[in-house]
Write a protein that binds this ligand. Structure first.
Ligand code: APR
Length: 309
């Protein structure tokens, strides 16, 4: 069974993609708003009946519904309201993640947990601390989103499929992420060699601003990309695909970083994080990554100490 916590835009989209791809025959969705997860589940069951998918979706306000899940996807959280500081938002979402972690521990103690709640770098650290699960079973979403967004933008200049590109984005999920087109490849050929300087800069800028651009255009944040990325990750775990993609994982010396979650390439399979791929970086590239890690360290200051230490 796969559970999705939070049936807002990201949660509902994820449940729909999971159903359409028949990643699991049982999907549970939980939200605190009465009627919302039940309504989404009913609608999704109708969609499954129409599409001929053998999937049952159950919606509930009770966390008991996630009992025995192999995979739990946490999308619960609040969006920033006008006048609310980043710190206030982070503290509120940290409390939500804290509470959800307790329920996951109680009802799905052997699950692999993926989280999308923002600020991502902070929330995945809060989740890890509270769950006490080994690091291969606690995964921050967004690397697959940031890196594939870069592949998309670059592909527009190359006139090739985004899937022909192995894209690399390192570090923070947010404005301090470090996209690295020079270490992104089409077979052995660096993406940078296909792009003019102007195109290169635009690809980097568009990748960093992708989420904000969507929000500015339609006035609410991204859900299709996150839903797609979460589905690819859940499918890789469920079917033990051992594919390479990016995610925010706890580093323990890899890239010279210890004790912080950051976006890096991983191999994902039935154990969650099967391997962390350590790409060789030049000293200049290492410096840029460390700047991104500094941003993560600063973000962690947004929540009270007890949440992360
Ligand atoms: N348990 C379960 N659900 C909760 C809880 C909780 N403790 N607290 C809040 N929620 C639910 C809300 O009721 C809401 O339905 O989480 C849902 C969040 O949905 P949206 O507001 O639509 O937000 P969404 O766009 O889905 O984004 C969710 O993912 O990408 C990130 O920045 C984004 O942090 C945000 C999260």
């Amino acid at each position: 069974m796969i559970s999705v916590i939070g049936s807002g835009r990201v949660g509902a989209t994820t449940a729909a993609f999971l159903m359409m791809n028949e990643v699991d025959n049982n999907i549970a969705i939980v939200d605190i708003i009465e009627g919302l997860p039940q309504g989404e589940a009913l609608d999704l069951n109708h969609a499954a009946a129409i599409m001929g998918k053998d999937v049952k979706v159950a919606g509930s306000n009770s966390y008991e519904a996630i009992k025995g899940s192999d995979i739990v996807i946490i999308t619960a959280g609040l969006a920033r309201k006008p006048g609310m500081t980043r710190e206030e938002l982070a503290a509120k979402n940290a409390q939500i993640v804290f509470d959800v972690a307790d329920k996951v521990k109680q009802y799905a103690p052997n699950s692999i947990v993926i989280i999308t709640t923002n600020p991502l770098d902070v929330m995945v650290a809060v989740l890890y601390k509270r769950l006490g699960f080994p690091r291969n079973r606690v995964i921050g979403f967004s690397g697959v989103l940031d890196s594939r967004r870069m592949a998309y933008y670059a592909s527009q200049y190359l006139n090739i499929s985004p899937s022909a590109i192995t894209p690399l984005v390192l570090g923070q999920h947010g404005e301090n992420m470090y996209p690295v087109p020079e270490l992104s490849f089409v077979y052995g050929k660096s993406l940078k060699s296909f792009l003019t300087d102007e195109q290169y800069n635009k690809v980097v800028k568009d990748t960093i601003n992708a989420g904000a651009d969507i929000t500015n255009l339609r006035k609410f944040s991204s859900n299709w990309g996150p839903g797609a990325g979460l589905t690819v990750m859940a499918e890789a775990i469920k079917r033990d695909r051992k594919i390479a993609l990016e995610a925010s994982v706890l580093l323990d010396g890899e890239y010279g970083i210890k004790g912080y979650f950051a976006e890096v390439p991983i191999i994902i399979g039935k154990n969650g994080v099967e391997k962390i791929i350590e790409v060789d970086l030049s000293s200049e590239q290492k410096e840029k990554l460390m700047k991104s890690i500094d941003a993560i360290k600063n973000n962690l200051k947004q929540v009270p100490e007890e949440y992360i230490r």
